[in-house]
Design a protein. Sequence first.
Length: 277
Amino acid sequence: MQSDVNETEATLPLDENLNFDFSSTSVSRSGPDSAALEIKGSMFTLPVLRVQSTDMELIAKDLSQRLAQHLRFFKHAPVVIELDRLDDQANRLDLPALCVLLRQALLVPVGVRQANPEQAKAAIAAGLAVLKGGGSVSPRSPSSAPTNQAKATTASSKVEAVNPPVALPAKVVSQPVRSGQQIYARGDLIVLAAVNAGAEVIAGGNIHVYAPLRGRALAGVQGDTSASIFTQSMEAELVAIAGNYQVFEDGAAKDIYSRAVRIFLDGTHIKISPLGQ
């Protein structure tokens, strides 16, 4: 877990790339009218707990601090435990104890991801799902870029043809997004009406709301740190860019409330800038 927590910004990351896809299936006893249930694919916005220590006392203290300001948004929320940052410590993590700790914090642990085989077995024994894929995308650090331009040129000359990235078409929503409704777009999302309180709009790219934004907006959910959220009236409950988010339990600050703004990421911090300035 990250450590830069303040009164207005939370850092428990969200992951919208967890898509529980099942083939549509019915269980029936004697005919289609007697089906007892259906299993359908769906997409949920799940908080991801990135565990970076096996010290339960330290985890408890850090978790308490992070949830103190925004418990209302995470109360009884399902959470996925991510283990890749533990490296060789992963096998020493007491998963049952961590699950107890999360439940005491009013979170509901549902699964793990980035688990090694031993941790996967421990997760199953603890009653948790083992999620495949859905890894968080981190911005590439300058040190990972090629330092030798000649080598980079030589390597690129071996590629005979490069397919340019295919731009995803923007999804346009012309009706108001109602409370409890969730809209998802793989690319950019354009909403021509209000996003009401309790509603959620999610996009792999940018989000444009040409009306009041009163619910939650999560842009760049595949890890695009350059994504932005634009709205004509900033009244949001929560905004997020590439898993970094900010909660407005008491409403947005007076200098941006009900104003047209751009919401973007500066490092790992959410920035909100009025448009036209």
